[in-house]
Design a protein around this ligand. Structure first.
Ligand code: DP6
Length: 350
């Protein structure tokens, strides 16, 4: 942890920085956490490429600390309060951070109401901007350290955000299966341990339900504290890492599909087992899942799903000669279950 403490030797000045950060979709899910954003189990995600947040931060060196935020051009006071709290929380890592005024302008490349996780790309972009300012005020740090600290800082804003700092398959949370993995920041899953079949993947997100979720992720994580199945779930995530490691190496698509869908359903099963229980899937979510299973039975084609903490369905399928047939099926049979014919086409970054 000491390596992230900030130095008291800094010279602040007015400055403007901008950064872009993509969203990510977890294959093994983070669901449950301890104090200071320590995950209850390790997780791994694919970083997306189209769903991104672009953020510009203008810093004015002033005596009083204040934050003003604009989301897609519109002032958002609630978001500013959240960021103020976040900046106060990370002062020990960036000792200059409360010494001025911030004007933060941020926009997502995906529809705001889509329910696609904007906290991951959002905090990822902010953390990158903060490290750019830190470079200006304290002297340039090397790129590797800068990314690592940005991941560390992003985690303190939103857990899953720490994984968005790297492209490809990214791990957060200590597991014996991945060297150098940590609860404090994300690391890249070794590229030479991934079969080529998993390096060219599509993620089409069906926007089943647009708008606010009934229960936020943060509340959902909290409900794992009293969930009687939590310990077994955390243990299973570790076991799934061991399985996934072999799958990724061997290119076993069938087992990959089974594991990824199981993780998604387990996440939602945990919600149903919480006290109070909650359900984020909608009728459309279930209709799509059933149609995917039927399609796979009939065609044997590798179309499968994962879910985040919401009703939307992430449709995963490799980019290869079979993708045309899968895409036609999605458009003909699955898009009808979305709220406004809405879907976002994304691909994984490597
Ligand atoms: C289901 O990272 O949004 O998407 O740390 O409270 O901000 P906070 O939660 P968040 O939780 C993400 C949960 C998930 C699974 C995952 O991305 O691993």
């Amino acid at each position: 942890m000491e390596e992230f403490f900030g130095s008291d030797h800094y010279i602040i000045a007015n400055g403007k920085v901008s950064e872009s950060c993509p969203s990510n979709i977890a294959l093994i899910k983070y669901w449950g956490k301890y104090e200071n954003q320590i995950p209850a189990n390790p997780s791994i995600s694919y970083t997306l490429s189209q769903c991104k947040t672009n953020t510009e931060i203008e810093f004015l060196a002033e005596k009083t600390f204040s934050v003003q935020t604009f989301l897609a051009g519109k002032e958002e006071k609630k978001f500013a309060e959240k960021i103020e709290k976040y900046f106060k929380n990370i002062e020990q890592y960036l000792p200059w951070i409360l010494k001025g005024k911030y004007i933060i302008k941020t926009e997502n490349t995906f529809p705001h109401s889509s329910g696609i996780a904007s906290s991951a790309s959002g905090f990822g972009a902010i953390a990158k901007c903060l490290m750019d300012l830190d470079d200006q005020f304290t002297g340039k740090s090397d790129e590797e350290y800068k990314l690592k600290k940005a991941s560390f800082l992003a985690r303190l804003g939103s857990g899953s955000a720490c994984r968005s700092l790297y492209d490809g398959l990214v791990v957060w949370g200590e597991t014996k299966e991945v060297a150098n993995s940590s609860d404090l920041f994300a690391v890249l899953y070794p590229n030479n341990e991934i079969h080529s079949i998993f390096k060219n993947f599509n993620d089409w997100v069906l926007l089943i339900h647009e708008g606010e979720k009934s229960v936020s992720s943060t509340v959902g994580h909290g409900l794992m504290n009293t969930n009687p199945y939590a310990e077994r779930r955390f243990q299973e995530a570790h076991e799934n890492f061991a399985l996934l490691k072999n799958i990724l190496k061997s290119g076993d698509m069938k087992s990959f599909i089974q594991l990824v869908e199981h993780e998604a359903l387990t996440l939602h099963a945990m919600m149903m087992m919480s006290e109070p229980a909650f359900i984020l899937m909608k009728t459309g979510t279930l209709a799509v899942i059933n149609k995917i299973w039927e399609f796979r039975k009939e065609t044997n084609l590798p179309l499968f799903f994962t879910l985040d903490a919401g009703a939307n369905v992430h449709l995963l399928f490799p980019s290869n000669k079979e993708e045309d047939q899968i895409q036609s099926f999605i458009i003909k049979e699955l898009v009808q279950h979305t709220q406004n014919n809405g879907f976002v086409k994304d691909v994984m970054r490597f």
